[in-house]
Design a protein around this ligand. Sequence first.
Ligand code: 5CA
Length: 447
Amino acid sequence: MRLSRYFLPVLKETPSEAQIASHRLMLRAGMIKQQSAGIYSWLPLGYRVLKRIEEIVHEEQQKAGHIPLLMPTLQSADLWRESGRYDAYGPEMLRMRDRHDRDMLFGPTNEEMITDIFRSHVSSYRDLPMTLYHIQWKFRDEVRPRFGVMRGREFLMKDGYNFDLTYDDAMHAYNRHLVSYLRTYERMGLQAIPMRAESGPIGGDDTHEFLVLAETGESEVFYDSEITDLKFGDRAIDYDDRAQCQAVLEEFTSRYARTDDTHKEAVFEERVPEERRRHARGIEVGQIFYFGTKYSEPMGATVVDPEGNRVPVHMGSHGIGVSRLLGAIIEANHDDKGIIWPEGVTPFHVGIVNLKTGDEAADLACEQIYNAVTEAGLAPLYDDTDDRAGAKFATMDLIGLPWRITVGPRGLKNGVVELTSRRTGESEELPPEQAVTRLAQIYAGKL
Ligand code: 5CA
């Protein structure tokens, strides 16, 4: 992409309504525009990151054997009357009427609708196990929408639902989700810690939230500091191997880690030596639930089991806050100049800065680098405008591309360009072809 033909409305001023770094930086970097409280347009740069995050979520869900589909945002109230949640959900639910006076709502979550799809088409245990998921916009009329996309009213969520014959099968689905979530967040450059939590309006007994530690997080958390040393890494996993998935769950959840809803000071003190006790804040980027037959029983989602009996299926639901993740990633990756995207989610892989647009040699070298980067399967953002060098650097630092190639007439006389890391600020002078080769090596295995 050439900057002269792109739409990147960066702001010089710090918007006064933004209280936390990620919100401020998303507005300044021209990623989002607020349309009303808690409702945002995704401008081109923000949209690219959102799509990238969706892509990673899709890939990791499908590796775990989960099946994508797409349900609508608008739902009929009748479905929610069947589960008994229509009245129970309260003022967070946006309710409306269509022209035939039918009660409708903008879905805050999809347990009822997915249960309806399941009961219409599945009737035998032979079709199980099955996990269906989608990535779709939700609406929750939050009392206090704030911090930009962190607590929106309209927000993008991945929500997945497992259908299983037995409790044990459903727990395997729970464990599979836990493993796939660990991998998903790590690919985004985040450490998200599973913590025992409350189930709230979704219901159920077993539930873990995934928290990214951050001072600006809305959740209060208590944990054993040893937990921050755990990393899933690139170990191999067989999602059909129950013992292996269970072992990962135990490894990542056996140490004390709870949100304030479930925290017990006495248990904390008994189980964790004082020097390892941490009390901090975190951003909830996902939650997994097992709730058994809470929806399948009232809504008649049953299958015929091997003995010929009709039994309600065991279910769970599993959410990732896709749009919230942008905020969480920025909270964990920024400095006073701007965002520092982890390589796995960056909107462009490299920024090319032409120090002297109009200089024949510089223009030509930039074009060649642009083409070579593109041919290597990477996405460059080329600043071909005639802004001052200082302004170009400030924009690149603000939008946070992990790598920058700086091209100027002086370097070119010596046959070199500069490759700079946004995170460390370190630069290396290299011939243009080698800079591109280096980039390709850096990104190999990260995309
Ligand atoms: N149906 C279940 C799981 S599929 C469910 O709705 N779970 S949830 O309520 O925990 O939401 C899942 C994730 O969505 C949360 O962990 C959080 O990351 C994100 N989320 C929830 N509310 C908001 C909000 N108002 N703004 C942005 N993200 C949100």
